[in-house]
Design a protein around this ligand. Sequence first.
Ligand code: 13P
Length: 254
Amino acid sequence: MRKTVIAGNWKMYKDLKDTEELLQGVKAQAASAPSFVTVIVCPPFTSLQLAGTLLRGSAVKLGAQNMSEHDEGAFTGEISWKMLKSTGCEYVILGHSERRQYYGETDAKINLKAKKALASGLLPIICVGETLKEREGGITEQVVATQVKGVLDGISASDMERVIVAYEPVWAIGTGKVATPAQAQEVHAQIRGLVAKLYSQSIADKIVIQYGGSVKPDNAAELLAQPDIDGALVGGACLKADSFAGIFKSGMQK
Ligand code: 13P
């Protein structure tokens, strides 16, 4: 049975003081999480060290929101895998639609980052998803398949078992327009089918595929009840301990 993985993407919110407050709340609520639920927080870079210290020994795992594809060097403003690991990070979100849209990240670049993360022992959460125009144009499956193939290019079967894919339809992010459980399930099943074709059925059966886009405490349970939805990547609703807990407690009931 696959784990249920609930990750909170804090985006560009929370200074150090807010980080401490939110994490105390999340930590307290996650203490009773059963072993099949993994709870991850992904604060901004500036909060990672503090978060790593506060979360040590707790049930909550730490992730980052982005990472350089390089090991080190003259890359102003970038953060390496080694820096992330030194804060206690185990996960890293890659290829978020906001990175693709505002910072020009391509599938090829995300692929390099994913390979670097895997080589360094970080677990990548790789995001894919179609825009509203693409959905309305009836090309969702094609767009998502192209992204999945592009970001996974050259990743070995043994590395693939450690990859988390996050399906985040761009039109559902921060809009309050959540995909229906049936819409999300359809794309999740397509992604799993594609992974089976690219790798094997047993790898496809093992990998975690998260849904992201306006996940809230009141819609999480029905999304997580879908057979191919193994978790959630949460934005707005992870910024308060109670609403984030409302989501990972839905995960606990799966
Ligand atoms: P919202 O939950 O705010 O829609 O954001 C989703 C997201 O982008 C998570 O990475």
